[in-house]
Design a binder for this molecule. Structure first.
Ligand code: SF4
Ligand code: F3S
Ligand code: FES
Length: 253
């Protein structure tokens, strides 16, 4: 059975904006993205929003719904009371372009900063071999749809614009962790995680994991193990001794 629902949608651009009120028809089985489309079709033809698949797979329709970062196409209207006002605002961490569309270029820049897979030089393509257990370990991370909800939510950037330069955010630290687990990757990912991607900014609040629509265990399976491996490497007495001997040998030479 359909009903008239109340919506507040943020309208504006980089110079500023405000929440606008709408009364709109809502039908059984609809999701928030359906309602935004109905508003575009009936009341606000110039309302901007990003979407592609309407199936929770392209990662484009991220927004904040009643203050929670979510995919609009995966948020059922049946999760709200019929007399509840549903408020839709753009992702807060990224600059607004127009209405619900933000500039997520920060994430592309961070993706480019992660050095690509670096196999041993003497292995040719076709000669790569790895155990099934190593394939499975990182399989979960490959489910990422790059919706950037985790990047938007992590307080290390959400509340601290100044950290953006030094902190890659959970999605790209997860990529570093994935490469660090890869048995054929030769780059020093632990050093890079600390020195280039700001692993130290993460204080394990797990908000990234809570909002991930793919239910990836970002914190428990990627970030915490990466932190542990970094610490192991730093404080392992054998590694320390090895480094000391190597330093002494090179200064003697
Ligand atoms: Fe989205 Fe999850 Fe990927 Fe983050 S890790 S970008 S929340 S799918
Ligand atoms: Fe941020 Fe996730 Fe760490 S929310 S602080 S990256 S656990
Ligand atoms: Fe593709 Fe929502 S439209 S994830």
């Amino acid at each position: 059975m359909g009903y008239k629902g109340k919506f507040k949608v943020w309208r504006g651009d980089a110079s500023g904006g405000d929440l606008k009120d709408f009364e709109v028809e809502i039908n059984e089985g609809e999701v928030v993205l359906d309602i935004i489309h109905r508003l575009q079709a009936t009341q606000a033809p110039d309302m901007a929003c990003r979407w592609n698949c309407k199936a929770g797979k392209c990662g484009s329709c991220s927004a904040e719904i009643n203050g929670k970062p979510r995919l609009m196409c995966m948020t059922r209207m049946s999760t709200f009371e019929q007399d509840e006002t549903v408020t839709v605002t753009p992702l807060r961490t990224f600059p607004v372009i127009k209405d619900l569309v933000t500039d997520v270029g920060f994430n592309y820049a961070k993706a480019r900063e992660v050095k690509s897979f670096t196999p041993p030089k003497d292995l040719k393509p076709g000669e790569y071999r790895m155990q099934q257990i190593d394939v499975e370990r990182s399989q979960e991370f490959r489910k990422c749809i790059e919706c950037y909800l985790c990047q938007n939510t992590c307080h290390a950037v959400r509340d601290h614009e100044e950290n953006k330069e030094s902190f890659a955010g959970p999605r790209y630290l997860m990529r570093v962790a994935e490469l660090d687990m890869h048995p054929l990757d030769t780059a020093d990912r632990k050093k890079a995680a600390q020195e280039e991607h700001g692993l130290g900014f993460c204080n394990i609040t797990k908000c990234c994991t809570e909002v991930c629509p793919e239910h990836i265990h970002i914190t428990d399976n990627a970030l915490i193990p990466l932190k542990e491996r970094v610490v192991d490497k730093k404080y392992d007495p054998l590694v320390w001794l090895g480094n000391k001997i190597r330093r002494r040998t090179s200064s003697d030479a």
